[in-house]
Ligand binder design. Structure first.
Ligand SMILES: [Zn+2]
Length: 407
């Protein structure tokens, strides 16, 4: 069976380079030729010629796609012929790990998923062998082995310097104490290169690639779990900023007299709507009554959906506060869409409705007017956006490897 690594070696000619970009784009997502041209920024004529050659060489095949037809696409998608390679995406949260493995010759929604409720809070020495084991399981479920892994991307709830691909200062706990870098540790354990980025950035990348936002210029993805972050797509590209701090929504000051945040600031958004804070609020409301208190955000949300008045209130207030923060972002970036992801998104309308009301109250009305097609919605990537984005990052990095070699 075809091993695409042979076709992804550093390009020696312009033609090779275009061909490689097109193969990578199809590995990330089978697409129409027009879609591939848009995503690779190549002309339709170049894509058409290259696809014809790739088809002749037995690397790609054409597939009728009824969904694309409905949306005005040409209806014919370019897919890979059978290939041995598997791409991996890891979402390494504080209290969870999600691993996704996908055979690159399969449809992008046919993924194998492994999940754990252990996370970075347990320390790298514990979590790296855990992640390695989860990757091996997920890859085995695709019918392949670890030798077939072509790329690994990892999403972490921390700021990552886009130049070095390592933690940006200030490095916050739990990473600061150990001095370990999960990408380097995991690469050592697997024997494969691993690339890393901020989880909210990768959530935005997944929404742009798989969430139906691929024609949109300006996309805001909010990851609201233990920490609060956002990924910003501006002009079709991920905005990382000079040192990877762009989109740190969780550290917007909401109350200068509020509690001290782990970043050293005071009254950051994260200190009023982060998971720990919401759980703590509910606990404090139960004076002298310690029975049946939620121990996790998921439990809190489940209680709210069962009409627990305190949990409902905590989530609605969180939605309102998030909306107030996002209103500032709307005035600054005027997004086409804001997508709410992370564990808090499971609260659905309990958070979304007050969030929308606050947006309408605090943002410039033109920025959030639904009649202009502005949309605030939940992620439809089933809480896998960050891991899917990590998978896209891993595959995309194969191309940037070449740029590094050339420079
Ligand atoms: Zn902060």
């Amino acid at each position: 069976m075809l091993d695409l690594r042979a076709h992804l070696r550093p390009a020696v000619s312009h033609r090779d380079s275009n061909r490689k970009r097109i193969i990578l784009a199809i590995m990330i997502k089978p697409d129409t030729q027009a879609g591939i041209a848009r995503r690779t920024i190549l002309s339709q004529a170049t894509v058409s010629t290259a696809v014809r050659d790739l088809e002749k060489d037995g690397i790609v095949r054409m597939e009728r796609n009824s969904a694309a037809q409905g949306k005005g696409g040409r209806g014919v998608r370019v897919c890979l012929q059978g290939a041995v390679n598997v791409a991996v995406g890891v979402d390494l949260g504080f209290n969870h790990v999600t691993v996704i493995a996908r055979r690159v010759d399969e449809q992008y929604d046919r993924v194998k998923v492994q999940q754990s409720t252990d996370g970075a809070n347990r320390g790298l020495a514990h979590v790296i062998p855990l992640v390695k084991g989860m990757i091996e399981e997920a890859v085995a479920e695709t019918g392949r082995t670890s030798d077939d892994i072509i790329s690994v991307g990892i999403a972490v709830p921390r700021m990552i310097d886009p130049r070095s691909g390592t933690f940006a200062a200030p490095v916050l706990p739990p990473w600061s104490g150990e001095g370990g870098d999960p990408a380097i540790e995991l690469a050592r354990a697997l024997g494969v290169r691993v690339v890393m980025d901020n989880d909210a950035n990768l959530g935005a990348l997944a929404e742009q690639t798989y969430g139906g936002s691929d024609h949109l210029e300006t996309v805001v993805y909010v990851k609201a779990s233990t920490g609060i972050g956002s990924g910003l797509i501006v002009g079709g590209n991920l905005l990382r900023g000079r040192s990877g701090i762009a989109g740190e929504l969780g550290h917007l000051t909401m109350d200068p007299h509020g509690v001290i945040c782990q970043c050293g600031g005071r009254g950051c958004l994260e200190t009023i709507i982060g998971a720990e804070y919401l759980i703590d609020q509910v606990r404090k409301s139960q004076l002298g009554n310690s029975a049946d208190l939620p121990g996790s955000l998921a439990a809190l949300i489940a209680k709210a959906h069962a009409n627990d008045a305190v949990c409902v209130r905590a989530l609605q207030d969180a939605g309102r506060l998030l909306g107030r923060a996002l209103a500032q972002l709307c005035n600054l970036f005027n997004p086409d869409v804001i997508v709410l992801g992370g564990q808090l998104a499971a609260a659905k309308d309990l958070v979304l409705k007050p969030c929308r009301e606050a947006l309408e109250r605090f943002a410039l009305s033109g920025a959030v007017d639904p009649s202009t097609d502005f949309e605030l919605r939940l992620s439809n990537l089933k809480q896998r956006a960050e891991a899917l984005g990590a998978l896209v990052l891993g595959l995309s990095s194969i191309l940037s490897d070449e740029e590094i070699e050339k420079s």
